[in-house]
Ligand binder design. Structure first.
Ligand code: ADP
Ligand code: MG
Length: 452
């Protein structure tokens, strides 16, 4: 049952785009742009959605207000499920919910003056009295920091920041209760971003407006949001009160995003986590936890006790072996050159000519693995896999590594758990039944939670 207090509540919202191929336009896959997100917004509350480009923020925005039809999910507005609305009900809903976009130019007709542009939604809603319309528009323009006289001017006469103010005025013309702002300041100079954000914040206060702000920029959401949802590959990995999320982030992805915020004092955020690699394709998301392919905190299998760095190196090697991307020839070449071996020509540097043990040593070097892992059982597996690899049995090596070094992060989709009524996170690290069952895992977790 839906909660009776939320203005807007989204449950398990999905938006998939089919990928069709061939003569018969057969569906061969789907882009899981939004893959089951849930959240609510209270009256007068500002919630932020953050995540890297391509994670599904814009799709979430347009499908949560049915500008695009969602694939699945429930969306309640004032307790009514808007996915069941007919055309007429949708029109009424569209008056209550307004959207502003990143590029203010795209929202204005260059040949329509600002007064008419701002009045447009009023006309659509059947506001016939022109005199009154002009009064409302003039008042709105003044509220967003322009003058009523600007009504007769055209879009090109305004700066980007001013245009975004005008877009805001137009969105507010019909007195909505919910505003969805998709990257509202990303196209603006940093110097004026704050002004526009403060304006949104002020309206939120004065009009009791609920706001969903979408941004790839954590600084933006930190400035005006009460709560923040962190999105990764179509899912929310963490949702919590802004302050709490910024001071005590629970998901490694949130931590990585936070540590990427430039600060004047580089020692201030000691985590030093760097997000590497591209966001995987939403048409083929990784198994288990979708973030595991980039996660700096992947949980080692039970009974394996390695330093975090070493464990990451093992995982990296494993990934490359499975993808058959370990380039033994060039590793041998580089190794030989660095060792000062003399060869008549590069042609002679072939994997077969090199002693297996030496080659294994170079592979270890290349992948930043020590010559001997501290954990005996891990070392056994690694050296067996490396033997297999250098003797041309890539598949066997892949199997050896997969079997022993498989982590819960790739095997199991983490459940979303509540840390407090307001703060939830989907990561195995916060699950005591996954971590914390052995001493080494406890130790691992302790290392993670106390950087340096
Ligand atoms: P964001 O706003 O976070 O940058 P988007 O919502 O624009 O992300 O896109 C999410 C994913 O969905 C991307 O992989 C994008 O390529 C894909 N996508 C967006 N719109 C469509 C569409 N109309 N058809 C197919 N794929 C789409
Ligand atoms: Mg977007």
């Amino acid at each position: 049952m839906s909660s009776s207090t939320s203005l807007f509540e989204v449950r398990n919202l999905e938006k998939h785009y089919p990928i069709n191929r061939g003569l018969f336009n057969t569906e061969v896959g789907r882009v899981r742009a939004v893959d089951g997100i849930s959240f609510s917004v209270e009256r007068g509350e500002t919630i932020g959605i953050v995540g890297e480009s391509g994670c599904g923020k814009s799709t979430a925005a347009t499908s949560m207000i049915r500008l695009e039809e969602p694939t699945a999910g429930e969306i309640d507005f004032r307790g009514e499920d808007i996915t069941e609305y007919d055309e007429k009900e949708l029109r009424r809903f569209r008056r209550e919910v307004q959207m502003i976009f990143q590029d203010p130019d795209s929202s204005f007709n260059p040949r329509m003056n600002i007064g008419n542009a701002v009045a447009e939604p009023l006309i659509v809603q059947g506001f016939d009295d022109e005199q009154r319309r002009r009064a409302i528009v003039g008042d709105l323009l003044e509220r967003v920091g322009l003058s009523a006289d600007d009504m007769n001017r055209f879009p090109h006469e305004f700066s980007g920041g001013q245009k975004q103010r005008i877009a805001l005025a137009r969105a507010l013309a019909v007195n909505p209760s919910l505003l969805v702002a998709d990257e509202p300041v990303s196209a603006l100079d940093v110097s004026i971003q704050s002004e526009v954000l403060r304006l949104i914040d002020r309206f939120q206060d004065e009009l009791g407006l609920a706001v969903v702000v979408i941004s790839h920029d954590l600084g933006v959401v930190q400035e005006i949001c009460d709560r923040v949802a962190v999105m990764y590959l179509g899912e929310f990995v963490e949702v919590g009160p802004t302050e709490e999320l910024f001071t005590d982030p629970q998901h490694p992805y949130t931590r990585a995003l936070l540590s990427a915020i430039p600060t004047p004092d580089p020692t201030e955020r000691g985590l030093g986590v760097e997000l590497t690699g591209d966001v995987p394709e939403p048409s083929d998301p990784p198994s288990g936890c979708r973030f595991h392919t980039r996660c700096p905190e992947v949980i080692p299998p039970e009974g394996i006790d390695l330093a975090q760095d070493t464990w990451r190196s093992v995982l990296h090697l494993r990934k490359q072996v499975i993808a058959d991307q370990v380039d033994l020839e060039s590793i041998a070449e580089v190794g030989a050159i660095e060792a000062g071996d003399e060869f008549g020509s590069m042609d002679e540097v072939e994997a077969e000519d090199i002693d297996n043990d030496r080659l294994i040593g170079w592979v270890r070097q290349e992948y930043e693995l020590p010559n001997q892992l501290g954990d005996t059982s891990a070392e056994q597996t690694l050296s067996q896999a490396l033997e297999e690899l250098v003797s041309g049995q890539q598949e066997a090596a892949a199997e050896t590594l997969t079997e022993r070094f498989e982590t819960v992060c790739e095997r199991q989709d983490p459940e979303t758990r509540s840390l407090s009524p307001d703060h939830r996170v989907a990561c195995h690290l916060t699950d005591d039944s996954v971590v914390g069952s052995t001493d080494s895992e406890n130790e691992y977790r302790r290392q993670l939670s106390s950087p340096e």
